[in-house]
Design a protein around this ligand. Structure first.
Ligand SMILES: Cc1cc2nc3c(=O)[nH]c(=O)nc-3n(C[C@H](O)[C@H](O)[C@H](O)COP(=O)(O)O)c2cc1C
Length: 137
């Protein structure tokens, strides 16, 4: 199993509809490629974790990197031989508050993130995810 995590800056004009479209495409495509993971959005930045077969994850990441709904993509982790942590869903979306920008209209905050994170998620990911709300793009 392969895992990749990155952060990126959302396009300034990103709307709630864009976010919904991204989630719907992710659920549809990732299920077909045995990819699971989570996408976090804090109003200005994305953080995504993708898990699955290496060639599928890298092919998806190439596509994601070409998407104009975000930019300044920085990979923060690539690792092989790990156990799948997000085994429940092809993609989940979590929206959190950010100190510098409000969420776009129509986007509601997710409830307590700590309740949602899978128990088997390694601490180094857990720590990145729970501190993401303080990230300023
Ligand atoms: C931050 C971000 C995360 C995305 N995550 C995924 C994803 O996990 N899976 C996916 O298929 N597309 C994802 N996309 C969308 C892809 O870039 C692309 O638009 C989509 O895969 C095209 O799917 P389609 O050919 O079925 O329309 C993401 C886009 C952005 C901006």
């Amino acid at each position: 199993m392969y895992r990749l995590a990155y952060v990126s800056a959302a396009a300034e004009e990103l709307t709630a509809t864009d976010l919904q479209d991204i989630l719907e495409a992710a659920i549809r495509n990732n299920a077909a490629s045995a990819i699971t993971g989570t996408l976090m959005f804090n109003g200005v930045s994305f953080l995504q974790i993708l898990e699955g077969p290496e060639e599928k994850v890298e092919a998806l990441f190439d596509r994601i990197c070409d998407d104009s709904r975000h930019r300044h993509i920085v990979t923060i982790m690539r690792e092989s031989g790990t156990r799948r942590s997000f085994d429940e869903s092809p993609m989940t979306l979590n929206t959190v508050e950010c100190p510098v920008a409000p969420l776009p209209d129509g986007i509601t905050l997710s409830s307590d993130l700590s309740l949602f994170l899978p128990a088997g998620l390694p601490d180094y990911y857990r720590n990145i995810l729970v501190s993401f709300n303080t990230m300023r793009a």
